[in-house]
Ligand binder design. Sequence first.
Ligand code: ATP
Ligand code: MG
Length: 264
Amino acid sequence: LASIIEKRRSLHKEAYEQKKENDKLKFQLGRLQSLANLGTTTAMVAHEINNLLTPVANYADLALMHPGDEQLAKKALKKVSRNCRRATEVMEAMLSATSGRASKKEKIRLEEMIDEVFTCLARDFSKDKITVAITISPNLTVRAVPIQLQQVFMNLILNARRAMLGKGGTLDIKADDTADSVEIRIRDSGSGIKSENLQKIFEPFFTTADSDENDPHSGGSGLGLLFCKQIIDDHEGAISVDSKPGQGTSFRISLPKPTQRNDE
Ligand SMILES: Nc1ncnc2c1ncn2[C@@H]1O[C@H](COP(=O)(O)OP(=O)(O)OP(=O)(O)O)[C@@H](O)[C@H]1O
Ligand SMILES: [Mg+2]
């Protein structure tokens, strides 16, 4: 009997030690997860701010090269002011997301938002022989966190532009209302994606964009599409891709339609 009691006592002790160890590991895991989230947020902020700052620097340089051109200076200052404000909004939205505060979804006019994205990109597509065709009904709306949906479009449009650089082509943006969702398609006639790469493009750090030593903004970090997917997932939507090497790429986003109730 004594040996049984002894055995039970030692089992209890062992269980207690294991629980303590388990609690400690859980605590460490929690901390590691917050650190990982912080890392993702930092990368996202850096990535998106970079998207917004590149045109600011380009415009400012251009204005400095033409000191007498008052109109150009005005245009450059407008870009600087607008994109800096956007950058602040991007940071605020992301910081509030990491601290657990959800950003507010709003009713957004898609056509207006796409126009705004092109304004923020501040790149002359026609200079690169890229024709942009936008077919979106002015009344078409979606419910989304504005700054996040803009990030998605900005990343997809920058990718499409890069895929067509050199040769030129067509960037086609369409959106339609279906019974229960809004379908958005962003199609380019650029380089396309090799079939073996198609499954990898949403993975972190997958990139085929080489950096050009003469252009500090040319290299890719392979994060843009990861962020797009995270944002669309957060909106309970879906993003998919269809591509033929040499012919072009089409990204399709579907977002749930605003219901009558949350449409107010
Ligand atoms: N429209 C497209 N046409 C051709 N390839 C594309 C297109 N969009 C994405 N890709 C491929 O997917 C890869 C990953 O895209 P993603 O946007 O995640 O990263 P990136 O553009 O390389 O870098 P980053 O966006 O971080 O600056 C690209 O490097 C490219 O190979
Ligand atoms: Mg990209």
